[in-house]
Design a protein around this ligand. Structure first.
Ligand SMILES: [Zn+2]
Ligand SMILES: [Zn+2]
Length: 281
């Protein structure tokens, strides 16, 4: 796609980017991760302004009824302009390569994929549909490129999820995976009412989930869940001693701002290291 001219400034963008810059000042060790995140955010916002609404009926009763046969958002509902997809995929890979977040082999594989007009839609569709479906696999040409695809597809998925979430609060959903796209949560927020809201790592949809159940394996045995806070008390980790996986949460009970997954994901990189040191993944 052509470089868009002067995209309209977005409040949430400037606020997230301001928080990221502040984070870099406070924790210079996170500098490269912050710079990458800012580049990705700017790129995603620019593309997102061009994405149209998903081709799904945006009506509350219809959407709530779809919760009985998830995922609500099918690949066919995504209004993908393949020129835009190629642009954002290439730019994402290039930013990630600059910050050493992918190796040169994977960078070349993304480039080859973008040149193959017939293969690209097949790979992207297989990536989308592999989430939450143990019987489905990502196409071999996309295997290993999931982190790039996740970032590149974000403008399309988040736009669709925002449109759906404006119509339904997904209150009927009690599972650990995303009702909209089938993805896994990659962050959570603890509300002032001490409820835990999970946030999808792909489309950013949010849904309420039991405070002490593992969303990955549904283990609900409290004696086999470990929870610990960051030193400043701003973040918590809920780790599962059955599947060994963990989820980070922003504790909004004493917070000065709302959760910002893109910012909080980078701010909690040291917490990831602590969780991994304890043997969680
Ligand atoms: Zn999702
Ligand atoms: Zn578990």
């Amino acid at each position: 796609m052509a470089e868009p001219h002067n995209p309209p400034p977005q409040r949430s963008e400037s606020r997230e980017i301001a928080e990221l810059r502040r984070l870099k000042q406070e924790q210079p060790d996170l500098g490269s991760a912050v710079d990458l995140q800012i580049e990705l955010l700017q790129l995603q916002r620019r593309v997102q302004t061009r994405v149209s609404l998903p081709s799904i009926r945006l009506d509350r009763d219809y959407l709530n009824e779809q919760l009985t046969k998830p995922p609500v958002l099918r690949f066919e509902h995504l209004p993908l302009d393949w020129g835009d997809v190629r642009f954002v995929l290439r730019s994402t890979a290039s930013a990630m390569r600059t910050h050493d977040a992918i190796d040169s082999d994977d960078f070349r594989r993304v480039d080859a994929l973008c040149r193959n007009g017939a293969r690209l839609p097949v790979v992207v569709k297989s990536w989308y549909e592999a989430a939450g479906n143990p019987a489905a696999n990502i196409h071999a040409d996309g295997a290993g490129l999931e982190p790039v695809l996740l970032q590149a597809m974000r403008p399309f998925l988040t736009k669709a999820a925002e449109a759906i979430m404006a119509k339904t609060d997904l209150a009927g959903w009690t599972k650990g995976t995303c009702p909209l796209c089938g993805g896994e949560p990659d962050f959570a927020v603890i509300t002032p009412a001490a409820e835990r809201i999970l946030i999808c790592g792909r489309c950013s949809a949010r849904w309420r989930f039991h405070q002490l159940t593992c969303p990955f394996c549904m283990n609900a045995d409290r004696t086999r869940m470990t929870s610990f806070a960051s030193r400043d008390g701003q973040y918590r980790i809920h780790a599962c001693d059955v599947c060994q996986r963990y989820l980070k949460a922003y504790d909004a009970r004493h917070a000065s701002r709302p959760v910002m997954p893109t910012v909080d994901g980078v701010a909690t990189l040291p917490l990831d290291a602590a969780a991994m040191q304890r043997g969680y993944k």
